[in-house]
Design a protein around this ligand. Structure first.
Ligand code: FAD
Length: 450
């Protein structure tokens, strides 16, 4: 008997929407279920709203710096409600675009939670049941908050996008990019922001020079860093909260946000019952073609916990559709993925850190520079920019490029093309500088660091 669908996609986020659209373009009959809002984490409560808040938080520095360029700026006021309303309007617009794109592609959409009844049957929370030849799981992940006294008072990034007002004092727990970005957002918008992390340094997998540079810059800005520290208990106190720290101190705050990791969304979906094997973090185990341990069930994106970034989920979804419905077997290359932290100052990076390169036993030459960006000179801002190249001493190949400072993400995206093409340090040197820019420093690094 023919199945109701050739493909049923569970999850309308970055990976699922791309896979559904491309598969439908190849002529497949596609259904897609989304339990919350079309667009997924990236659009609704991830990259996009986050970046809008990052932009908003830059204005405190910009307004301050304007005086150095001759501007007299009337005392500035910030209104959280306006920002959130404008952000929500844009998110609704984007979510609508995702739904419209799927409709145009002929994908049947269901706003419902889905689970597997068996390896070929999907059951929706609406009560409907559909059979499908292939099933793709793209349910992403969800924030994880550890259990401790008062943990129910904590919020995560999900709620941070919808706070009724800007907290005057906020504590953020975590050392990953989401924690760091939100600490900078709240600080930039005028809150007293505390960042608590259980280790000595934030951003574990980033280059040591960049991490140290960022931590120094954050402290200089007045963001309160509490390293080697944890929250033992959260208690209500008047209108606010008190965070009791392991080290003995107490922090009175208005909000406590935990960015202590995300877990793949695999619970209660009938996956294991259908034979889909999960890993230690409850991620779906897949092969290089994103196929699970069940022959007709595939998974892409954060739910597989490979590289949890939107462009990666999109590529994996696209590659799945090309492979399974387009007759073009396509594997995703997870090597040399550029990444950013939209902190202030910003980080942009691609390739190996110095420690990773040395850890692989490679002989490396390090080229780095630290300077005050030209745009900070007239305002008298002391913040410095850092650029670093990790170069294979034997082959001259550039293995890693690490940037801290304004527009670091934009620069890293372009550097990633060069690294992907196996550029050597000599190729960087042969490229004429674009003057005056900050990025030109990357092609004028002559001196190896000792
Ligand atoms: P998702 O986009 O999470 O989509 C999964 C969808 O499945 C969700 O819409 C969910 O509602 C739905 N779903 C779950 N279970 C079910 C079910 N049983 N039935 C039906 N529907 C279900 N990445 C970047 O590249 N750059 C960034 O700057 C960046 N910033 C981020 C900031 C934050 C605060 C967060 C949380 C994430 C950020 N990310 C960023 C990561 C990025 O959002 C994810 O990597 C990406 O969204 C993963 O896409 P996905 O398709 O795997 O899952």
């Amino acid at each position: 008997m023919t199945a109701d669908f050739d493909l049923f996609v569970i999850g309308g986020g970055s990976g699922g929407v791309r896979a559904a659209r491309i598969a439908a373009g190849y002529g497949a009959r596609v259904g897609l279920a989304e339990e919350y809002r079309m667009g997924g984490t990236c659009v609704i409560r991830g990259c996009v709203p986050k970046k809008l808040l990052v932009y908003a938080s830059h204005y405190s520095d910009v307004l301050e710096d304007a005086a150095g360029y001759g501007w007299t700026v009337p005392p500035a006021r910030f209104d959280w409600a306006t920002l959130i309303a404008n952000k929500d309007r844009e998110i609704a617009r984007l979510s609508g675009l995702y739904a419209a794109t799927l409709s145009r592609a002929g994908v049947r959409q269901f706003l419902a939670r889905a689970e597997l009844a068996d390896a070929h049957t999907v059951r929706l929370s609406s009560g409907e049941t559909f059979t499908a030849d292939k099933i793709l799981i793209t349910t992403g992940g969800a924030p994880y908050v550890p259990t401790f006294q008062g943990c129910e008072l904590a919020i995560t990034s999900n709620e941070a996008f919808h706070l009724p007002e800007l907290p005057r004092r906020v504590v953020i727990v975590g050392g990953g990019y989401i924690a760091v970005e939100f600490a900078c957002i709240f600080h930039g918008l005028g809150a007293e922001a505390h960042l608590i992390h259980r280790s000595a340094e934030i951003l574990r997998n980033f280059d040591a020079d960049v991490r140290a540079g960022l931590m120094a810059a954050l402290s200089a800005k007045g963001l309160k860093l509490h390293m080697n520290e944890q929250i033992e208990a959260l208690e209500r106190s008047g209108d606010g909260l008190v965070a009791r720290l392991m080290g003995g101190a107490s922090l009175p705050v208005d909000a406590a946000m935990f960015a202590t990791g995300r877990r793949p969304a695999t619970a209660g979906m009938g996956l294991q019952e259908a034979g889909v094997q999960l890993g230690l973090m409850d991620e779906i185990i897949v092969d290089e073609w994103s196929r699970t341990t069940v022959e007709n069930i595939y998974a892409v994106g954060d739910v597989t916990n490979r590289v949890n970034l939107t462009p990666v989920a999109i590529r994996e979804g696209h590659a799945f559709a090309d492979t399974v419905f387009g007759g073009e077997p396509t594997r995703v290359d997870h090597h040399l993925i550029p990444t950013a932290v939209f902190s202030q100052p910003e980080i942009g990076t691609v390739g190996l850190t110095e420690a990773e390169a040395r850890g692989r036993g490679l002989a490396v030459d390090i080229y780095k520079t630290s300077f005050r960006p030209m745009k900070y000179v007239l305002p008298g801002r002391e913040e410095r920019m850092l650029m670093k190249l990790v170069v294979d001493a034997e082959t001259d190949k550039v293995l890693g490029c690490h940037i801290l400072g304004p527009d670091a993400a934009e620069i890293a995206q372009m550097a990633a093309i060069a690294l992907k093409m196996n550029a050597t340090k000599a190729d960087f040197d042969n490229t004429v500088a674009l003057h005056p820019s900050a990025a030109e420093e990357l092609v004028t690094l002559r001196q190896k660091s000792a």
